[in-house]
Design a protein around this ligand. Structure first.
Ligand code: HEM
Length: 380
């Protein structure tokens, strides 16, 4: 339990952190990796370079600082991060290491302004925040389907669209798989040639059916300064018969029990977890609205065709190449506003959809979403 004095100091330093948050986490990462280069086997180098992870951590620290009197308020957001940490196999023993380097960075950036009282207060507060994560992750580790990363053999690879391939994998040992919870993702650990470190990436699972193994989808990342090393490696180098290391399925973007009709709203490869959800909701009223640049970029055409003729399931495609982006007017034509909405796509797709859904007056409690990127950058 933090003392009153510590809480006061934490709350008083929020504006300072807001000003220097990004800088602090940048110094933090440089110092962390210098002292612990082995952690480069866990962190995503592309996210580091693009500053995404820095922003995520800074925002989380700020959110926690703002809620220091009632840390339970951050629990819904911690849940998503805890799933990712568990999937990456971040362990309780990593937290003191991160804490030490975060405090170092606060001292370094704030200089003389970082009094011993401020440093002591943040050390204590970090311990409390870390404990929220550690406890949630402990529960997730207890229920994970298998521990650590296990070898899987690639049994099928399918070109699903211009940029998306699906990979089907089965365990190399005799492990019996449980049906996948629709909406979840797996985490792949690879070390492409010329890379010095392991690289971990999350990929959504395409179907809850595991008769043939686990099937996940990978979009070839062609944008950005550093082209997605792992997605290009999987697309170009991995073939049927190869082995991949996987940690157990994770993620809290899953169907919630409700009697409402469903709207699945996806952008690009965001269609993947929603296809798994669709397969387990085949008896429900579903409007599946998918946004893509053009028809060549739409994955899972065989699966979509299999739903043709089912009156309760309607697909709508918006091709931005010819029709422009999705708008509130277009959505108004295909949804009543009383559905439970599940959305998945890039952070920018998610942000624009949330604006549109707000414009339509949709209650946020009916909106469930998973961006391919840090969720808190949208909800904070
Ligand atoms: C991801 C916060 C501790 C390793 C994240 C994300 C947040 C976050 C907000 C982004 C989640 C998303 O993508 O939705 C925190 C906070 C921590 C903490 C507040 C301490 C209280 C740790 C520790 C480790 C770690 C101890 C391991 C040394 C990672 C990794 C990612 C991640 C590898 C994936 C993102 C990437 O590689 O770019 N964390 N984290 N985190 N975290 Fe943490």
């Amino acid at each position: 339990m933090l003392s009153q004095q510590t809480r006061e100091i934490i709350k008083a330093t929020v504006p300072v952190l807001e000003q220097h948050g990004q800088e602090i986490t940048t110094v933090f990462y440089a110092h962390l990796f210098e002292a612990h280069p082995e952690l480069l086997n866990i962190f995503n180098k592309t996210n580091q370079q693009q500053g995404r992870q820095q922003a995520a951590l800074a925002q989380t620290v700020l959110a926690a600082a703002k809620h220091i009197d009632h840390l339970e308020a951050i629990v819904p957001n911690v849940n998503q991060i805890a799933h990712k940490h568990r999937a990456l196999q971040v362990k309780a023993e990593h937290y003191p290491i991160v804490g030490e380097h975060l405090i170092y960075a606060i001292k370094e950036v704030l200089g003389d302004a970082a009094t011993p009282d401020i440093i002591a207060a943040w050390t204590e507060a970090y311990g409390e925040i870390a404990d929220v994560f550690i406890q949630m992750e402990k529960a997730l580790y207890e229920e994970e389907e298998w521990h650590d990363f296990k070898p899987f053999k690639v049994t099928a690879i399918k070109q699903e669209s211009a940029y998306i391939k699906s990979f089907t994998v089965t365990p190399v040992n005799d492990m019996k798989l449980k049906p996948v919870v629709p909406g979840q993702y797996i985490t792949v650990k690879v070390q492409p040639e010329d890379e010095q470190n392991d690289m971990l990436r999350h990929y959504s699972i395409c179907t809850h059916d595991i008769t043939d193994g686990i099937q996940f989808a990978v979009k070839r990342d062609v944008a950005g300064t550093e082209k997605g090393i792992v997605s290009n490696y999987l697309h170009d180098k991995v073939t049927v018969g190869d082995e991949l290391l996987l940690s157990a399925p994770a993620g809290e973007f899953t169907l919630q029990p409700a009697d409402q009709p469903l709207v699945f709203l996806s952008g690009g490869v965001g269609m993947t977890p929603l296809m798994a959800m669709l397969q387990s909701s085949a008896d429900k009223q579903v409007s599946f609205i998918h946004s893509a640049y053009n028809r060549a970029e739409v994955p899972f055409k065989d699966e979509i065709t299999a739903f043709h003729g089912k009156e309760n399931i309607q697909f709508y495609f918006n091709y931005s190449e010819e029709a422009g982006r999705l708008t509130a007017d277009k959505l108004r034509q295909v949804m009543t506003g009383n559905e439970a909405i599940y959305m998945c796509g890039s952070v920018s797709f998610m942000e624009s959809m949330l604006v549109i859904l707000d414009e339509l007056g949709i209650d946020r409690t009916n909106i469930h979403f998973e961006p391919f990127g840090p969720k808190m950058s949208i909800t904070a």
